[in-house]
Write a protein that binds this ligand. Sequence first.
Ligand SMILES: [Zn+2]
Length: 95
Amino acid sequence: MRIRCPFCGERDNGEFSYLGDAAPQRPDGLDASAAAMHDYVYLRDNPAGTIRELWYHAAGCRSWLVVTRDTRTHAIEAVEPARDVARARRSGEAA
Ligand SMILES: [Zn+2]
């Protein structure tokens, strides 16, 4: 599988470290309940299809990326800098 880093271009996936599903958001600070933290830490979906995942370009630009990938075919639909996704997420919350 090859990943097109928005900063470095197309690279072998061996240059990247996989973190997992990009969807879960950490509950807010000390107000988070134990159940909410449990869900955040342990519960993940395992879809057969499109998923957004966090990847780290460890052997390249050291950027965190959000890769939209089909788990059945490994076809990559999009690669975005994680900071852009986080900013869009925050601006969506503010609206
Ligand atoms: Zn890169």
